[in-house]
Structure formats: C-alpha cells, structure tokens
Ligand binder design. Structure first.
Ligand code: FAD
Length: 494
C-alpha cells in the first residue's frame, strides 16, 4: 500500500468557508487538503452578505493576498471583475408586514414597511451570492493556489489522535491522507462532532423555525406590488428589492434575494411545524393563499432550482456542545445555525475563517493550543447571541410594529460594529464580546416582550427601548421622524 499523503491541515467541506480557510493557510505555506463529499457547481442556500461580512472578507483578502477574491467584497468591483458570476445588489434590509387574509395594506408613516440601508450606493453595495457560482469559483482558486482538492470524496476516520488519518473513497478508489489538524467546515453535516461522539446542545436555543425554499424565475419585484396596493415609495432610501426583502406574517417570514440574472432565492422561515401530509409545493402555495398580495406576486413564478424542487427542512437550529479541541476546530456554520433572519451566516463564517487562519498559521503549536479553547467558546457564545436577537423577532411576529422594534436590537448591534471599523472579530461577531452592549440589548428585549405581554402601545415601548440603548444607538435608530425609512444606517464607505 502506498504511503498516506501528509498535510498540516485537512479541511473537510468545500463550501465557501472551508475553501477560504484552506486557501488562507496555503498562502501561509502550510500543506492543506480540502475534501468534499460533493462537487461544484451545486445548489447551496444562504446568499445574502452584510457590511460586516464584506469587511471581514476584505480583511482576509488583504492579509492573505487573496487578490482574485477581493473584488467580491462590493457589488461594483465584483460586477467589473466577474460580470458572469451570479450575484445581486443588496443595499439594505426591506420588511413588509402582512395580515392573514388581507392584501398588503400600506399605512400612514410606513407603519407596515421598514427599510434600513446598509450601503450608500450600488457601487459599494453588499451582495447576494449565487452560491453555486461563488463556491465553484473559490474552489477553483484554492486548487490554483496549491491546495490539494478532493471532490466527490467520502471521508472515513481511521485515526483521530494524535494525528488525523482519513480514508477517502472516490467512486470505489480509496486513498489515505493524514493531517495534524482538522477543520470541520461540513455545515449541517457536523461530521467531526459525530465522529467524536459529541452530543448536540440545540435544546439550549430559544429560536424555533423551519425552512421551505427554492430559487425562482418570473417573480416581480415586491415594490411594484406594494405600489399597486397604494404604497408611497418616494422616500424609500433604496429600491426595496435591491435588498434582503422580508415578507413578515404572523406564522413566519419569507426572504426574497434577487440576483441580476432574474433568479430570486425565496423561502419561508416558519415558526411552527407543518403538516407533512402535504408536499412542499402544496404547503408553499397554501401559505401564499393566506396572503393575497404574495399570492399575486408568485402567480407566474416558477421554481428553477434545486432540481428536486422546493426544499422543506426540519428545525433549522442546531448547536454543537464543543466547537474546538486539541487538533480540530469547527467553523461557525458547522458549530451551529440559528436562522436566515439578519443574514448572519456568511459574516459569522468569515469571522471564524479569519480567526482560525490566524491561529493555525501563526505561532507555535503551544500557542495554538492555548488559543483554540477561546476560539471554541467565542463561536458558541456568538451563536447564543444571534439566538437572543433572532428569538426576539419570532416572539413579535404577530404585530408588525413590535417586530420592527425587535429588529432594532439587531441593527443597534450591527451598526455599532460597522462603525467601530476594527470591530469585527475582536469585538466578537455583532459585538458579542461587548458586555455592556449585550446587557443593554437584553434589557431592551425584556422591555419589548414585557410591553407586548401587557398590551403597551408601540410608541411607549419604543421610547423605553431607545432610552436603554442610547449609548449604543450610533446610527439614529428609533427615530419616529424617520417613519421607518432609515438612510443614515448605511455603513461608512471603505
Ligand atoms: C435556509 C437558510 C438560509 C440562509 N440564508 C442565509 C443568508 O441569506 N445569508 C447568510 O449570511 N447566511 C445564510 N444562511 C447560512 C449559510 O448558508 C451558512 O452560513 C453557510 O452555508 C456556511 O458556509 P460553509 O461553507 O461553512 O458551509 P456549507 O455551505 O454548509 O458547506 C458545507 C460543505 O460541506 C460538504 N460536506 C457535507 N458533508 C460532508 C462530508 N461528510 N465530507 C465532506 N464534505 C461534506 C458539503 O457538500 C458542502 O460543500 C442560510 C442558511 C439556511 C439553512
């Protein structure tokens, strides 16, 4: 039998997270293997970036010399460098509130609409990633950069300590590889946690939601339908559909992420289990039928991907009990997942990629061992922090005015980090390491939920939340004069 190929680091999972960590380490001179059970291009969900995600990507590209990838940090540079690669413009977050059985009803003062800018122009805008294109491009870059890429390879562990020894099976042909360290970037497969027999800690999470999604063609922009319902859009801070669009209903919310090629990623995140007696397509239509304006919007839209049609998931939330050990670490998207709301997945994954690349490429083995426990506990604490922010939104789904207030908890944290500049990994993702911020946000969340429970009006609750968050409200949120149209929240241009 031939000797096993030896690596410093084996990365399992060639989504964008695993691929970027492999590439960064290779650039630092480490020998890296990147292994995936599938191949590219392939359908992948999770597409909306944010200012924090793009700043983290820019920092990674600069520090590790990833020049070909750097254009992806903004819409303008991406479009100029790679016009063919699937992408969309994301100027911010748009929310529309829907009531059961009623057409979308615009209210004076935009009470059933909320637009929060994230970027000041199309050129510097955040992006929607057509993941099949982006992940394939990144994987090509990794192979070009010298990473040994093993696709369509099923990995089985032969040894896990003190070195990893894996048997890779590619269509019946087996190869053994060895590595000193293993990064698990397999996402929901959570391969290493399973191999090591770790229990999950999902029960500690507060959010409960499930997904029902696909990619569509023929979906008109929602702003057109809103106008048809009488919405006055002259003071919208950006075109409402050049954004992560959220259709908010009492039973859950729908995302709509538009790519420039006319494809739209759309899906429900639903707050209760569904009836499995209905097919995913039948359930999707049943929900649309309860919200007439959404039903009209989808009337001539067709599912174009994935090939199996609409995907229905079980509970989306999952959480590892441990995120790093002596010779292994999980990327954030493998350690856990909360919900698509607030598009935290890409940014959190990139934060983890940057941190792990720093830990694994610098310093002695001993320094690495010292920093890994901190890495692991930070990733888990950040997932709990996201859970706090997201669960507030789910608790208020039934009243759009209160849902709007719940989003302010996230926007206070995000805009603070965006303005801190260096605020990325060091302050913790979305400021999770900032104890004063976390305490103030949790107090404001309690005020919101208590106000909801006692039937307080939204203006009174908003005033209390604004007072509790004054120090951290650096972008003019909670301003009644803004009428739910926030332009000044755009991240500073870089
Ligand atoms: C419904 C939904 C919507 C989302 N929307 C957003 C959004 O709008 N914005 C956002 O920022 N985030 C979003 N996310 C989160 C986002 O999808 C993740 O953060 C992101 O996919 C993490 O990337 P990754 O590369 O770490 O893992 P993944 O993209 O999950 O990649 C995992 C890779 O591991 C491979 N793999 C699996 N098992 C094995 C194995 N046994 N051996 C080898 N390889 C294996 C897979 O083939 C895959 O290539 C969403 C998630 C969901 C579920």
């Amino acid at each position: 039998m031939s000797a096993a190929a030896c690596y410093d680091v084996i990365v399992l999972g060639a989504g964008f997270g695993g691929t970027l960590v492999a590439l960064a380490l290779q650039k630092r001179g480490l020998r890296v293997a990147l292994v995936d059970r599938g191949a590219h291009p392939r359908f992948a969900i999770g597409e909306s970036s944010t200012p924090i995600a793009n700043r983290q990507l820019a920092k990674l590209c600069e520090q590790y010399g990833l020049d070909e990838i750097a254009p992806l940090c903004q819409f303008g540079t991406w479009d100029a460098a790679y016009p063919q690669m699937g992408k969309g413009i994301k100027r911010g977050f748009s929310y529309f509130g829907h009531e059961l059985g009623r057409e979308f009803t615009p209210e004076p003062g935009h009470l059933s609409e909320l637009l929060v800018a994230a970027s000041s122009s199309t050129a510097v805008a955040d992006t929607q990633w057509l993941r099949s294109d982006v992940d394939a491009f990144l994987c090509q870059q990794a192979a070009k950069g010298g990473v040994d890429v093993w696709l369509n390879a099923v990995a089985n562990p032969l040894e896990t300590h003190p070195r990893w020894r894996l048997q890779l099976d590619q269509s019946g042909e087996t190869t053994n590889i060895e590595g000193q360290f293993l990064v698990d970037a397999t996402g929901e497969a959570m391969v290493v946690s399973k191999w090591l027999g770790h229990e999950l800690a999902t029960l500690r999470l507060k959010t409960w939601s499930r997904g029902l999604f696909a990619h569509f063609k023929g979906l008109p922009p929602f702003e057109e339908l809103a106008k048809g319902c009488g919405a006055v859009t002259g003071d919208y801070p950006f075109p409402a559909d050049e954004a992560a669009v959220h259709q908010v209903t009492p039973e859950g919310w729908m995302w709509q992420l538009r790519f420039t090629n006319g494809v739209v990623s759309a899906g429900w995140a639903l707050a209760k289990p569904g009836d499995q007696a209905f097919s995913p397509a039948a359930e999707f239509q049943q929900i649309l039928d309860r919200y007439p304006t959404l039903r009209s919007q989808f009337a001539s839209a067709d599912v174009i991907a994935p090939a199996v049609g609409l995907v229905r998931t079980g509970r989306l939330q999952r959480l590892a009990a441990v995120a790093a050990g002596e010779n292994w670490a999980l990327l954030p998207g493998t350690a856990g997942f909360i919900d698509p709301l607030y598009s935290t997945g890409i940014g959190h994954t990139l934060t983890g990629v940057w941190r792990l690349a720093e830990i694994l490429s610098a310093g002695s083995q001993q320094a690495r061992q010292e920093r890994l426990p901190e890495y692991g506990s930070e990733v888990l604490a950040e997932l709990h922090w996201i859970d706090e922010l997201v669960s507030a939104a789910y608790a208020t789904l039934g009243r759009f005015e209160l849902f709007t207030l719940s989003t302010m908890l996230y926007f206070v944290a995000a805009t603070g980090c965006e303005r801190a500049g260096s605020g990325l990994a060091h302050a913790g993702f979305l400021g999770a390491n900032d104890r004063l911020l976390v305490r103030a946000v949790l107090e404001a969340k309690r005020a919101l939920l208590a106000g909801q429970a006692t039937g307080q009006d939204a203006a009174t609750i908003a005033a209390e939340m604004r007072d509790l968050l004054t120090v951290f409200n650096v972008a003019g949120l909670f301003d009644p004069r803004a009428h739910n149209m926030y332009e000044g929240t755009a991240a500073p241009d870089v």
